[in-house]
Design a protein. Structure first.
Length: 118
């Protein structure tokens, strides 16, 4: 019985692993737009500083196919912005965590002084 659940869970996990390209096609976007979006997204992540993003642009296709160029531009902007926003959020969370840690340390030190003064 346990093995059956593992198989079912594994199939469900694999079914949920679709690429953005596949998701766009499933949502009815034309293949040229999805191709451009995929290339632009990787390029946008690279421009934002991600080591996983690589600049990819099929220049002849970009110049001749409106759907590819629109997809590339959208993918570039959205993925670049998403990575930049995530980095800002991570920095914000780190500052808050540092501030919370410092506040807790001050509270603990104050309690320790109060206990020792009695």
């Amino acid at each position: 019985m346990k093995r059956q659940w593992c198989v079912v869970f594994g199939v469900m996990m694999l079914a949920g692993c679709t690429t953005t390209h596949e998701q766009l096609l499933q949502q009815g976007y034309p293949p040229a737009f999805a191709d451009g979006y995929q290339d632009g997204c990787g390029s946008g992540r690279g421009a934002a500083g991600s080591i996983t993003g690589t600049f990819t642009k099929n220049v002849p296709r970009y110049l001749s196919e409106k759907l590819y160029s629109s997809g590339w531009d959208d993918g570039f902007r959205q993925c670049q912005a998403a990575l930049a926003n995530q980095e800002r959020q991570d920095l914000h969370d780190k500052v808050l965590n540092d501030r919370d840690r410092d506040w807790q340390r001050d509270v603990d030190n104050g309690k320790a002084r109060a206990y020792h003064s009695n």
